[in-house]
Design a protein around this ligand. Structure first.
Ligand SMILES: [Zn+2]
Length: 652
């Protein structure tokens, strides 16, 4: 799932805005304008979130554990002009417990259950608390496949990102569904959890002609029926409940084919007629993206069926299995949603706590397309954008600490950007070959493929592949919060460059971020990049270099999540003390290198008499009160070993 296209949103009502959570900078957008728009929008979202935070209690959704779904036959009748659904869901299931004499489904109380049938006989049932309980006429033995059919109808409620949406595009009515994360039971009776995938489904939708229906899998028949048309989609891969979908409107359909071995993968596109010209010029971009993912992560996981796009009205995209719903067709969005078919659909997060296994990966794969496509020009901007997002606040973990809060689950800074960058850091730590091997092993692990995974499953594959214990990394970067800031002090004696590496942390949950550092040394004609294994703050390193260094760059490859880094040579140390404002009236703010921590800052008059001493321990920034001093020139002085820095200031 990915949110985008937020420019025009500020003209909508606040309640509508509350859906627009996830922001991206689109590839060709004017970044300045968009940055301010994004910032403006984030502020609204934050304000909305505080005011109305969308919370739900997911406990009942996870309550159904006593049977395993094997199959759903979903029969729906809709008219895109009406927000209304009539449905019959036939579920095949296997009891996982003895004495299985009733079956539960999650279904909103807003919908009306007409009847529940078992072997053509009506069952007694109860529907309250958004749960249906149907009382079976006999006990079904454990592990025996059986089935029931639920007949229902009504107006689905609007929650989450809409779940079941009826709207218009260019005057034409449209219905689309978007169940992630908890919305499926708002419009169909299901087992609304992340613990069970149906092995296969059929989706049969009746809609007024000449509308078309897009859904999961293969379109096996299109049958006229009076004023209506019946579209039958068949999907024979395991599928999570939230990925089952349909959309119907007056779509224009066109296809692409992605070469695969001796055959092709079909890409079906269902687009609004008014957008078909622009869409068809953009959707061809999916061909090289799918080929890239095939190369990096193995063949498209649903290769026997199809991939597709269906246009909808929500401002972003949703990775419904084999049929991504999108509003627009920009590169990042379609690359992100296709990426989910490996990370999210084939291997699905086993808990919303682990949502980054979907969203961090899909975001990182967007980045990989920038690394490998378009001459790589978008790769550095992608990484800096992610790092800037993550470090815009001092706290927050990739681990989703509140799975009742939809906004927290889909937090673009943490689940998306930090998730992507902790993958990138891991790639730097364990190397490309171990990193990509681990990801392929994860995707192909029989216990995970076409099923669910926890973060610990990914960790196990990374540890096996790299032959390293990575608990420290997941402690610091998955559950830990914040990021490091580095101060690199260097000097050169002959052919030896000496470096001291200091680190501070933005959040107390991590006492030190143990990371290898990439350092670049340059002069007019030389450029040497080395890797330092930094294991504690204050660590010193000596590097032999055959030239006189005039510049040292920290992390030139943008491998690390870090910010506010400072690099300076020993003899420039004094220049790194900044004082402002100067001249000043009441207060002075002073930023100084870490090396001066633990010393006292002295305010002196021009004759050198000490007027005030301020301890500078443990901080890099001081604000001192200068009110009450006479106007004139004064000195600010630091002492550190043999190094004294004095700066003249003017008090007005
Ligand atoms: Zn996504």
């Amino acid at each position: 799932m990915k949110k985008t296209n937020c420019f025009q949103v500020k003209t909508y009502s606040l309640s509508f805005i509350s859906f627009f959570v996830f922001l991206i900078i689109t590839k060709y957008a004017q970044s300045q304008e968009q940055m301010s728009s994004d910032k403006y929008f984030q502020e609204i979202v934050q304000a909305e979130r505080k005011a109305n935070g969308y919370k739900i209690n997911p406990a009942p959704l996870n309550a159904i554990l006593d049977y395993d779904i094997t199959y759903h036959r979903c029969e729906w009748q809709v008219d895109p002009a009406l927000k209304y659904i009539v449905g019959k869901i036939t579920t095949y299931f296997k009891p996982l417990v003895a004495n299985f004499d009733s079956i539960k489904f999650n279904l909103s109380d807003s919908l009306i259950v007409d009847s529940i049938k078992y072997h053509n006989s009506l069952l007694l049932s109860n529907h309250s608390g958004d749960i249906i309980i149907a009382f079976l006429s006999s006990v079904i033995p454990i592990n025996t496949i059986d089935s029931v059919s639920v007949y229902y109808k009504g107006v689905p409620p609007s929650t989450g990102f809409g779940s079941f949406n009826q709207s218009k595009h260019n005057g034409s009515p449209v219905i689309w569904t978007l169940s992630e994360p908890f919305g499926a039971s708002n419009w169909w009776p299901c087992k609304n959890s992340l613990t069970d995938k149906a092995d296969s489904i059929d989706v049969i939708v009746t809609t007024p002609s000449p509308n078309k229906v897009a859904s999961n899998g293969v379109l096996v028949s299109v049958t006229p029926s009076g004023m209506n048309t019946v579209f039958h989609w068949k999907h024979r891969y395991p599928i999570a409940t939230y990925l089952i979908c349909f959309a119907t409107t007056n779509y224009v359909e066109y296809n692409h084919y992605v070469p695969f071995g001796a055959s092709n993968v079909l890409v079906q596109n269902y687009v609004y007629p008014e957008d078909s010209a622009s869409a068809s010029s953009q959707t061809t971009d999916i061909i090289p993206v799918m080929q890239l993912y095939d190369t990096l992560f193995g063949v498209y996981p649903f290769v026997n069926e199809k991939y597709g796009h269906a246009q909808f009205g929500w401002g972003g995209g949703m990775e419904h299995q084999t049929i991504t719903f999108v509003r627009g067709f920009g590169h990042e969005l379609i690359a992100h949603e296709l990426a989910h078919h490996w990370f999210g659909d084939k291997v699905t997060c086993a808990s919303w706590e682990d949502i980054w296994l979907n969203e961090g990966f899909a975001t990182y794969l967007e980045g990989l397309t920038e690394e490998h496509m378009f001459g790589g020009v978008g790769w550095l901007p992608f990484k800096t954008r992610c790092i800037n997002s993550v470090t815009s606040q001092p706290d927050g973990s990739v681990w989703c600490s509140d799975t009742t809060d939809v906004y927290r689950i889909f937090d673009s800074r943490l689940s998306y950007n930090k998730g992507a960058m902790i993958l990138h850091q891991l790639r730097w730590i364990i190397g490309d070959s171990a990193f990509f091997a681990a990801l392929n092993n994860y995707l192909n692990d029989p216990a995970l493929a076409y099923g669910f995974a926890h973060t610990s499953d990914l960790k196990t594959h990374l540890e096996t592949s790299s032959k390293q214990n990575l608990s420290w990394y997941f402690n610091d970067w998955f559950t830990g919060e914040g990021f490091p800031s580095y101060e690199i002090i260097w000097n050169q004696t002959g052919s030896t460059v000496n470096l001291t590496v200091n680190q501070t942390q933005s959040h107390p949950s991590v006492s030190f971020f143990k990371l290898p550092l990439q350092i670049e040394f340059k002069d007019q004609t030389h450029d040497t990049i080395i890797r330092l294994n930094n294991t504690f703050s204050g660590q010193t390193f000596s590097v032999a270099l055959p030239f006189t260094v005039d510049r040292v760059n920290f992390d030139p490859g943008f491998w690390l999540i870090s910010a506010n880094n400072m690099v300076f040579s020993e003899n420039e140390a004094g220049q790194q003390v900044s004082i402002f404002p100067n001249p000043a009236k009441d207060k002075l703010q002073i930023i100084f290198p870490k090396r001066f921590e633990g010393t006292n800052l002295k305010l002196m008059d021009i004759e050198g008499r000490i007027l005030k001493e301020v301890p500078a321990s443990g901080i890099k920034k001081l604000t001192i009160d200068i009110s009450g001093y006479e106007k004139g020139a004064y000195l600010i002085q630091f002492n550190s070993g043999s190094n004294t820095v004095s700066k003249k200031i003017i008090i007005q």
